[in-house]
Ligand binder design. Structure first.
Ligand code: GDD
Length: 410
């Protein structure tokens, strides 16, 4: 792959935010130069082997989900975390059947679980991580909650890199590119604490019967503006470095995933920045992790070659996402009165009260014993399946567990 070098890096405390980098060639010819880095495919493939891609899904068209799963490179493990309906018609059953069939045909490692499985909730409870649970000890609804489930499964597989791909993507080829872009970012990273966030070159919309290749969505443009204002007012120099405030398509090293906190629902992506600013930003009150602070935390922002075409979910959904995003900025510890007042102005009628609500923040997952967590899932959770080469593992594990249990009862 040939990828532009970042022209500038904004250094904000221990957080290094690289300016946007364009993909020049997906399949390159080994010609590196001072403005572009060539990354041989062998290096990309090496990352794939240490990579899990999580696909959160909630009631998407099965064709779209299938396209996304088929596009993820074979060497990556795939983790589907579904919050789709279970009452008739049981969408989750369709997803699971499709996943098993795909595994039978391809032998790629795929794990799937349902977010509302009571035994999954119980596994979180047993792990002492009840921040993700509702009052009935079931995992709450929300994309971030699905992402956390997926990250624990990725950790249990021993993966070093964790990435995300939405399930409602109409162009499977773009998903393949996203995963390659993530890998390219990790090949460039100097710190073990790094994150790759994708900026879509275009997000086409149908305007008066024609495709219009729009560059920015309303939410991301606004989120970026206020994250940049936050940095600018702290540093004293204006910056527009952040262009991926809401990047749903992103990936991070497991080391970084272990020390981040996570904001619920769709506010998860802008909160990555806020969490890093609070814990590692310029003048942060207390450093969250000395090792990460010394190594530095690197954020790559890569512009994809492919456009992004996905399901549109309506104005209410967009407004909620905007509200969730700006709430995270408002409550950043480094946010000053100027930024807060601008955020309030921007939110206007979207605000129910004078002050925005605080989003639910879930603490780091680094301390959870993922092997114990997954062992419990394998032995109890009806919706959990791990398809790995040759076998569908949870079925074998479940039988083994039931046999052990019956011996114990005798
Ligand atoms: N497991 C799970 N649980 N998945 C969910 C849930 C949930 O409660 N809610 C939504 N999803 C899945 C969707 O099915 C989809 O695959 C993905 O999460 C993204 O959700 P969308 O509802 O399609 O979000 P969007 O397209 O409006 O926004 C996306 O892009 C934004 C940036 O433009 C998301 O990725 C946002 O997080 C992102 O900020």
């Amino acid at each position: 792959m040939l990828i532009e070098m970042p022209r500038h890096t904004e250094i904000f405390g221990s957080v290094k935010i690289h300016e946007m980098q364009r993909i020049l060639k997906i399949d390159s010819g080994g010609f590196a130069n001072s403005r572009a880095k060539d990354i041989p495919f062998d290096e990309i493939k090496d990352v794939f082997r240490r990579f899990a891609i999580i696909v959160p899904v909630k009631d998407e068209k099965i064709h779209l989900l299938e396209g996304v799963l088929r596009a993820i490179p074979f060497d990556c493990s795939v983790i589907v975390v579904s919050n789709s309906r279970r009452d008739a018609p049981d969408t989750y059953k369709m997803e699971k059947d499709m996943v098993k069939n795909l595994h039978d045909l391809t032998q790629q490692e795929i794990l799937i679980v349902h977010q509302k499985d009571p035994d999954l909730g119980f596994a979180f409870y047993e792990a002492g991580y009840d921040y993700i649970l509702d009052k009935d000890t079931v995992v709450r609804d929300g994309k971030a909650e699905g992402m956390i489930i997926g990250m624990l499964l990725a950790k249990s597989l021993g993966k070093d890199f964790i990435g995300f791909a939405d399930a409602d993507n109409y162009i499977p080829g773009s998903v393949r590119e996203y995963v390659m872009d993530y890998a390219a970012g990790f090949c460039m990273a100097e710190s073990p604490y790094s994150m790759v966030r994708l900026h879509w070159r275009y997000k086409p919309k149908v305007v008066e019967d024609k495709l219009y290749f729009q560059k920015w969505g309303r939410v991301s443009e606004t989120t970026n503006k206020y994250i940049n204002l936050l940095i600018s007012t702290r540093v004293g120099f204006e910056t527009r470095v952040v262009i991926t405030g809401n990047a749903g398509e992103h990936a991070l090293t497991t080391k970084l995933a272990d020390i981040l906190s996570y904001s619920a629902g769709y506010s998860v992506e802008p909160y990555h920045f806020i969490c890093l600013f609070d814990g590692f930003g310029l003048d942060a009150e207390c450093i969250t992790d000395a090792d990460a602070a010394n190594a530095g935390i690197e954020i790559f922002q890569i512009e994809t070659l492919n456009p992004h075409i996905h399901e549109e979910k309506g104005d209410e959904h967009v407004n909620n996402m905007l509200l969730g995003s700006l709430q995270t900025i408002y409550y950043c510890k480094l946010c000053n009165d100027l930024v807060r007042s601008k955020v309030l102005e921007e939110l206007g009628d979207l605000l129910e009260f004078d002050e925005p609500k605080e989003n639910i923040i879930m603490p780091p997952i680094g301390e959870i014993d993922t092997h114990r967590f997954v062992k419990l899932l394998e032995s109890t959770a009806e919706t959990f399946t791990r398809c790995k080469q040759g076998i569908t593992e949870c079925e074998a594990e479940k039988e083994e567990y039931l046999e052990e249990e019956s011996v114990r009862t005798l």
